[in-house]
Unconditional design. Structure first.
Length: 504
């Protein structure tokens, strides 16, 4: 699924109006009908509704939804924010239509807001993608009033006060339980800083013209859905052998952090790598050999941490470095040597922190290296960001500048690569917020890279599978009990769901 900016959505609306063709007010009717149907399917027709409308097209949607719910037998009160100026044409048409339904309408002109009866559902249709400045004055007061009412809020298109394409940090924004948005995701929905506002997001199909997306391919962010993942997944043939799936070298672990190496190794093996060697300090040998029988080990000179590179590096086709390696000085000084090997590379955790301390190393990254920072690691590497939007733009810029793939981890992990607009992931859950989940991801991506996926596809597929397997593991776990080792255990379910053909 694509993720569009407010401007692109406006263009797409206009394209549909011109090329379907369909009248703008009829498109609004479709949008409102999709919302009313969603509410009906939810079994919510026995509730009463307070519908809050601005005077733009978002408010027009609200008026049309009010009419449709009233026709379905719901008790409705409509509240219109009165600014003095006329509503948009489609708003005015829908106001006329609503007058015919005898729905009570209250015009809000001052702060004396009518209390919303307990149990009413609030429909928030104040502002949509046309928001052009932060809310203030009476409008901000109204949103505070709605948020503090204790009523469930359903926002239409986007919670009012939330900007589609830039940060709304510190602004007054509606806190919705559900957001009913149209056709595609909006950039605002994938930013962690907005998680408190959107609630559950539903994307409703309003039949916008498909040709628009075809004609602007490459101009949009992409949400990595199942269709896309299937298109990059490589099927195995019956005659395949271990030589087809690469030999990965993982450089991981230090005294007290061998668990990171074990998890990365197991995840790498379960991702289908042909052969795996783990380079680790002496203290880790017994741990790895007893826990992970399929992994070979390459033993470092040092007892406690990694300070050297294995002798014969030529047999490995990829290297994954970072999980649990620590920040000992001798480990730090090893990193430039690893970069000089010019192998396909996945860099995570402390290996990223070492680069952050010596940023000149960024210039030495082999082409198409994959970096997997969480936001703090990212900020250490590329500087602090005031908000998620700026951090994402920095990731795009850094990926181009250093010719690398950046996996900026989070709920909707963002993947940036040179020449691509960027990809957001849509699998995974808060059960993954346990130390070690990142080590598992490094193992998965390293395993896929060894199997000759391109760097970008290894990142996209790895992140998707990582989250999907964690989602599958929820069948037998709560968010609290889910462990990184469960993600490895359920990787087979993730793979199978990609491989299994969907029944039509
Ligand atoms: N055919 C289509 O296009 C379809 C569109 N659809 C719907 O249209 C929505 C977009 O509608 P839209 O473009 O009319 O903008 P909208 O969000 O209603 O707000 C604009 C108004 O708000 C005002 N305003 C802005 N910021 C403000 C602030 N901080 N504080 C106070 N006022 C502020 C601004 O006033 P002004 O800046 O002129 O003072 C203007 O009056 C979209 O989200 C979707 O719901 C669907 O029906 C599907 C088909
Ligand atoms: N709420 C969440 N939703 C989706 N994915 C999550 C969530 N919380 C954590 N994750 C994923 O778990 C991983 C955590 O990685 P990281 O922070 O490096 O952990 P660690 O270093 O402890 O192993 C990332 O891939 C991240 O995307
Ligand atoms: K809204």
């Amino acid at each position: 699924m694509q993720i569009l900016s407010a401007e692109q959505i406006r263009e797409w609306d206009a394209y549909t109006i011109a090329h379907e063709p369909v009248a703008s007010v009829d498109l609004m009717e479709r949008a409102a009908e999709a919302c009313a149907e969603w509410i009906e399917k939810k079994g919510w027709l026995h509730f009463d509704y307070s519908v809050y409308c601005g005077k733009g097209n978002n408010g027009g949607d609200g008026l049309a939804i009010a009419r449709m719910l009233s026709q379905r037998g719901c008790k409705i009160t409509v509240h219109i924010l009165e600014f003095g100026h006329k509503g948009t044409d489609d708003f005015q048409v829908n106001l006329e239509r609503l007058h015919e339904c005898n729905v009570p309408i209250v015009f809000i002109q001052d702060n004396g807001f009518h209390p919303t009866p307990k149990g009413n559902i609030i429909i928030d249709a104040l502002f949509g993608s046309g928001l052009n400045r932060p809310l203030e004055g009476i409008v901000a007061d109204l949103v505070d009033f709605m948020n503090n009412s204790g009523n469930k809020i359903v926002s239409i298109d986007i919670p009012s006060g939330l900007f589609t394409d830039k940060s709304s940090k510190g602004n007054t924004v509606v806190k919705a339980a559900h957001t009913l948005s149209f056709q595609v995701y909006k950039t605002a929905f994938v930013m962690a800083e907005n998680g408190q506002y959107t609630g559950q997001i539903e994307i409703l199909d309003i039949g916008l013209h498909k040709d628009y997306l075809e004609q602007h391919k490459g101009a949009f962010f992409q949400m990595t859905d199942e269709t896309f993942i299937r298109s990059i997944y490589k099927k195995r043939t019956s005659f395949s052998h271990k030589g087809n799936f690469g030999h990965a070298l993982l450089m991981a672990g230090s005294y007290g952090k061998m668990g990171a190496a074990v998890m990365a190794a197991k995840a790498c093996l379960r991702s289908g790598v042909g052969l795996l060697t783990v380079h680790l300090p002496k203290c880790g040998v017994d741990i790895m050999q007893t826990s992970t029988h399929e992994a070979m080990v390459s033993i470092d000179k040092d007892e406690h941490c990694i300070i050297s590179i294995p002798d014969d590096i030529s047999k490995y086709n990829v290297i994954g470095v970072g999980p649990g390696i620590g920040l000992e000085n001798e480990t730090k000084s090893l990193l430039p040597a690893i970069l000089q090997l010019k192998k396909p590379l996945v860099i995570d955790a402390d290996a990223l922190n070492i680069i952050a301390e010596n940023k000149a190393l960024l210039q030495q990254l082999p082409a198409q290296t994959i970096l997997t920072p969480h936001p703090k690691e990212f900020d250490r590497l590329f500087g602090e960001s005031p908000n998620d939007f700026v951090r994402m733009e920095k990731a795009q810029h850094a990926a181009s500048k250093h010719n690398c793939v950046i996996v900026l981890k989070g709920h909707n992990t963002f993947m940036a690569a040179p020449g691509a607009k960027g990809f957001f992931n849509n699998t995974g859950n808060p059960g993954m917020a346990t130390g070690g989940s990142g080590d598992v991801l490094t193992g998965i991506i390293t395993g896929l890279l060894a199997q000759k996926y391109s760097a970008l596809n290894a990142a996209i597929l790895g992140v998707y599978l990582h989250g999907l397997s964690a989602d599958m593991a929820l069948q037998f776990n709560s968010f609290e009990t889910l462990l990184p080792s469960d993600i490895i255990k359920y990787l087979y379910r993730g793979f199978k769901s990609i491989i299994t053909e969907k029944k039509e």
